[in-house]
Design a protein around this ligand. Structure first.
Ligand SMILES: [Zn+2]
Length: 242
């Protein structure tokens, strides 16, 4: 048997192994914010992801009715698909801030394969494209450069967590998961969000108008307003990664 044959067989075998093995995303982490309470106050930052898809008027109406401030984390694809909602919210700059949720809603995770059904970025170059493309879209839509980035799925490769701040974007984690990707029943979302403590950063979704979660989030906004909560932004709370 010649060496060349063995080598060719070895290459073929290796190729088949790659083709037949499931592709996997690199291990990722979900960073959390640590609440730094402000004495004698109850300040809450609502952050609402606009991943893609539509617009939840139930949440928007509750925010407007209670003059509740919120930060919208929008992707470029959501901004393109929702010019009406964008104009509606931008008419209230005192209430709504805009931050970066990426260009194409691609998880900032290295490796290959998918995470929660979304194909991961794969490389740091692709992470940079996702972050910078999202930032450019926010700048174009609002006239203001975003300061915070939240990745699709809110999970990150450790290398991405180091790289993203170098692009001028803080990692927008959260301390209270209000809706688990808009997957929870309305009553659960209402209970979770309405329990927000002082200095809490709450995550929810404003792009799923047909899911029950949004109804619960809207009711929680009314409940928090009724309890005299002060609405805050991320910059005001100055949260730190846990
Ligand atoms: Zn998202």
């Amino acid at each position: 048997m010649c060496l060349g044959c063995v080598t060719r067989r070895g290459i073929l075998a290796a190729g088949l192994a790659v083709l037949s093995s499931p592709t996997r995303a690199e291990a990722s982490v979900e960073p959390r914010f640590r609440c730094v309470p402000t004495a004698g106050r109850r300040r809450v930052a609502l952050t609402l992801d606009a991943c893609g898809g539509g617009f939840d008027m139930r949440i928007a109406e509750a925010l407007l009715a209670h003059r509740a401030r919120a930060t919208i984390f929008a992707t470029a694809i959501w901004l393109r698909a929702n010019p009406g909602p964008l104009a509606l919210l931008r008419a209230h700059p005192d209430l709504f801030g805009w931050e970066n949720h990426g260009a194409h809603h691609i998880p900032p995770v290295l490796g290959s394969g998918t995470l929660f059904g979304l194909r991961v970025a794969g490389t740091l170059a692709a992470v940079r494209q996702e972050v910078e493309g999202g930032a450019a879209a926010i700048q174009a839509a609002t006239g203001r450069a975003p300061r915070w980035y939240r990745g699709a799925t809110a999970r990150y490769s450790p290398a991405a967590l180091e790289e993203i701040p170098r692009l001028g974007q803080g990692i927008a984690a959260f301390s209270l998961n209000g809706d688990e990707g808009a997957s929870l029943p309305a009553a659960t979302v209402e209970r979770r969000v309405a329990s927000a403590r002082d200095a809490e950063v709450v995550i929810g979704h404003i792009n799923q108008p047909h899911r029950p979660a949004g109804a619960g989030f809207a009711r929680a906004i009314a409940a928090l307003a009724g309890q005299g909560v002060e609405w805050a932004t991320l910059d005001e709370l100055r949260p730190v990664l846990a």
